[in-house]
Each structure stands twice: as C-alpha cells, then as structure tokens.
Ligand binder design. Structure first.
Ligand SMILES: Cc1cc2nc3c(=O)[nH]c(=O)nc-3n(C[C@H](O)[C@H](O)[C@H](O)COP(=O)(O)O)c2cc1C
Length: 211
C-alpha cells in the first residue's frame, strides 16, 4: 500500500508534469514579410483525438511563429531527442523575428509530407505534419487544434522486423523547468493486469526482480 500524502495548497497554476518538449517548424505565407522558415519550442502540446489523429498546441500571440501559423494554418511537430536538445532550448529563447533559428542551429528545413508551406526538421527522428482545424483564444495563449495528416519517422528507428522502436529514439521530457531523458522502462500499457507469462516476457529485468 502507498501511504497517503499530507498536502499543502498552492495557487492554481499549470503544474502538470512531465510534459513533452517539441520543436515546431513553420513558415509564413509566400511573398509575405514572414515568408521564412522558423522554429518554436513548445511544452504545451498534447494528443487530443485518435480518429482523426489530432493534437493541440498552445502558443502566445506575441510569438513570431503564432502569426505564421495563423496565416498558413500549417505546422510540423518535430520530436526532440538528446542530440536536438540544445537547439530546442535555443529555439525557445530566441525569436524568428530577430534571427534565423534554422541557420543558427545548423538545422535543415525539408519538405514535410502532405504540407505545402511548413517545413519539417531533417534532423528530427519523427515529424508530424499538422493542419490547423480550429483556433481557440483562451487568454494568455491561443490553442491550435490540428489534424495530423502525415507522419515521417527516421529509418534508423525501425528494427529488422519493420517495427517502429520509438523507445530507441532517446526522447526528452520537460518537467518544472528542466529537461530529462526518459530513463528506464517501468511497465507497459496494461501491465497491471497482464498474466505472469506476459510479464516475464515484457517487463524489464530490474523491475521483475522487485516483484
Ligand atoms: C522548454 C520550453 C517550452 C516552451 N513552451 C512554450 C509553449 O508551450 N507555448 C509558447 O507560446 N511558448 C513556449 N515557449 C517559449 C517560445 O519557444 C519562445 O518564446 C520562442 O522564442 C518563440 O519563438 P518565435 O518568436 O520565433 O515564435 C517555450 C520555451 C521553452 C524553452
């Protein structure tokens, strides 16, 4: 049994953790002043529907990328692993209004499957091409509700049987102002009710020893 925790009240705030940290790529409308590839780091991103596959991202109106996405209704969510982390942090403190973040970080904008304007990041292991379906003005942030219309995953992420091994990607999470590697696998979907045979096959050795 896990002991109940004595609690202290805090002001209402966004203390949900851990969060993903993603590198979102976008571009302004062709011929406009904003017609340049840009990157914004986001932690407020989440899956909100499976059929059709949909995500939400929340972006402040003051961000340069906000207007680019409003104008084109396209963006790409690029997953972040450890090699991309420094660039991701940089893209979260510098604005595309003042600098070319692709050039600064030596990242390559490439065509994103299914989209005509927003580029993907060639160096990311997995990119989700998104088309905006709805924009909700919530207060400090606008929430972009978008459909994932294509997914591109690096060939290095597939094993010999052709299965996607996202666990091998070295993805990063964000929690209360800090970035973390994902660490060891502690269980799998449904492990709490799995049979002993399935547990013996699928649970990590260390956790098995603790049973
Ligand atoms: C870890 C991290 C998470 C962030 N999450 C968000 C977010 O969810 N929404 C947002 O509007 N800004 C977020 N930011 C801030 C933007 O990435 C930052 O203001 C960026 O410089 C905006 O770039 P732009 O002006 O080129 O759009 C985050 C920054 C960091 C470092």
């Amino acid at each position: 049994m896990i002991a109940p925790k004595p609690k202290k009240s805090l002001n209402p705030s966004t203390l949900l953790a851990p969060l993903p940290v993603v590198l979102v790529s976008c571009r302004g409308l062709a011929g406009s002043e904003m017609d340049k590839p840009n990157l914004i780091t986001l932690a407020w991103a989440g899956v909100i529907n499976s059929d059709p596959p949909m995500v939400s991202v929340s972006i402040r109106k003051s961000r340069y990328s906000h207007q680019q996405i409003v104008d084109t209704r396209e963006f790409v969510i690029n997953l972040v692993n450890q090699p991309l982390l420094k660039a991701t942090d940089y893209c979260g403190v510098k604005s595309g209004r003042e600098t070319d973040k692709f050039a600064d970080c030596e990242l390559t904008p490439v065509t994103a499957e299914g989209l005509s304007i927003a580029p993907a990041v060639a160096q990311s292991v997995l990119s989700l091409s998104c088309q905006v379906r709805q924009i909700m003005e919530l207060g400090s942030h606008d929430c972009f509700i978008a459909e994932i219309i294509a997914v591109q995953a690096a060939t290095e992420l597939f094993d010999k049987q052709g299965r996607l091994r996202l666990d091998k990607a070295g993805l990063v999470a964000f929690s209360h102002g800090h970035y973390y590697g994902l660490g060891e696998m502690l269980g799998f979907f449904g492990f709490s009710v799995a049979s002993k045979k399935v547990l013996a096959k699928r649970m990590p050795k260390k956790v098995k020893g603790e049973e």
